[in-house]
Design a protein around this ligand. Structure first.
Ligand SMILES: O=C(O)CCC(=O)C(=O)O
Ligand SMILES: [Fe+2]
Length: 319
């Protein structure tokens, strides 16, 4: 049976998985999520047998974001590690002028690459990313920490009436931060984790634009509330980087945010595992909002949603 708790869910570990991690030291970093793991070489896991990958996945499901300090990974091994978990892809919208590897995405602070708005990666796609694997290549002497928040806990600590409302909603996401408002996807506001069965509050201030079943002003108030609720410090962990650290996070139940409080360069490289299917807590019992009445100045608030709905019905008519 699937189990769910605030921390994600430890899954039953087979004997091989247990022995693969018998020398690991796992140190929890906060009450809500996050653990630092030492005593292993991720290069060996990338090249090794299935038990090592299973063990990493078990730790990820339990802690939602895991950190491996002191690793010495080159790009090939980083990509190989990602491929052990699924299909890897570079960033769909952002150009990557810094590396030759097209599966790797690089962010350099001096080129404007600081992700200082709370988000889950790539939620503007129909099938967003399952997990991200980050290599901290260059980090500042002070500052530049990254925070993660636990979206299972954020959901669980909503009141029952708010949970019931959210369970039946969906939300429109777009790639506006990359100047691509035309790339849109609709996802449930509450999703069910395919492996742990835990429900997560799946809206983020970076990519989520609109609650589909509500009018625009209701949507704004509720979405503002939910996207600020997930930032409750009690749901978070904050990580201070050292060069060479590898972090792996589960995009199905977390958001993250970079503190833009540093000087000089900060470079990260990311391999992104794709192919997520977003399962709702329940099908929405409500129709999508279509603003009744004639066109007016406030019609602009519904224009993007209407465009999305039109595109979708054109697509389904074609197929
Ligand atoms: O720079 C970081 O710590 C995280 C950047 C980020 O948002 C990402 O790689 O998805
Ligand atoms: Fe990100």
């Amino acid at each position: 049976m699937k189990r769910s708790n605030q921390r994600g869910a430890p899954r039953d570990k087979g004997r091989d998985t247990m022995s693969a991690q018998s020398n690991w030291q796992v140190r929890r970093l906060a009450g809500s999520l996050g653990a630092e793991i030492t005593g292993l070489d991720l290069n060996e896991i990338a090249a090794g047998d299935e038990a090592g990958i299973e063990a990493v996945m078990a730790q990820l499901l339990e802690h939602q974001v895991i950190f491996f300090p002191g690793q010495k990974m080159d790009i090939d091994s980083h990509v190989a590690l990602g491929k052990r978990f699924g299909r890897v892809e570079s960033h769909p919208n952002l150009k990557n002028p810094f590396t030759q590897h097209n599966e790797v995405f690089e962010l350099a602070a001096t080129q404007g690459g600081v992700a200082d708005e709370w988000h889950t990666d790539i939620t503007f796609e129909d099938q967003p990313s399952i997990m991200s694997i980050l290599h901290m290549v260059t980090c500042p002497e002070f500052g530049g920490d990254t925070m993660w928040t636990n979206l299972n806990q954020a959901y669980q600590e909503l009141s029952p009436p708010m949970q019931a409302l959210c369970d039946g909603l969906t939300a429109l996401h777009d790639a506006h931060p990359h100047n691509r408002e035309d790339i849109m996807a609709v996802h449930p506001v509450v999703r069910v984790h395919p492996e742990t069965g835990a429900k997560a509050l799946y809206v983020n201030e970076h990519f989520t634009r609109r609650l589909v079943e509500m009018n625009a002003t209701e949507s704004k108030v509720v979405l503002d509330y939910l996207t600020s609720w997930v930032k409750n410090p009690r749901f978070t962990v904050r990580y201070h980087w050292t060069p060479g650290t590898i972090a792996i996070w589960d995009n199905r139940c977390t958001q993250h945010f970079v503190l833009n409080d540093f000087e000089g360069e900060r470079i990260i490289q990311r391999v992104t595992v794709m192919g997520d299917v977003v399962e709702p807590a329940q099908p929405s019992p409500w129709e999508s909002w279509v603003r009744p009445g004639r066109l007016s100045a406030t019609t602009r608030l519904d224009r993007q949603l209407n465009r999305y709905m039109k595109n979708k019905s054109a697509e389904s008519a074609e197929s």
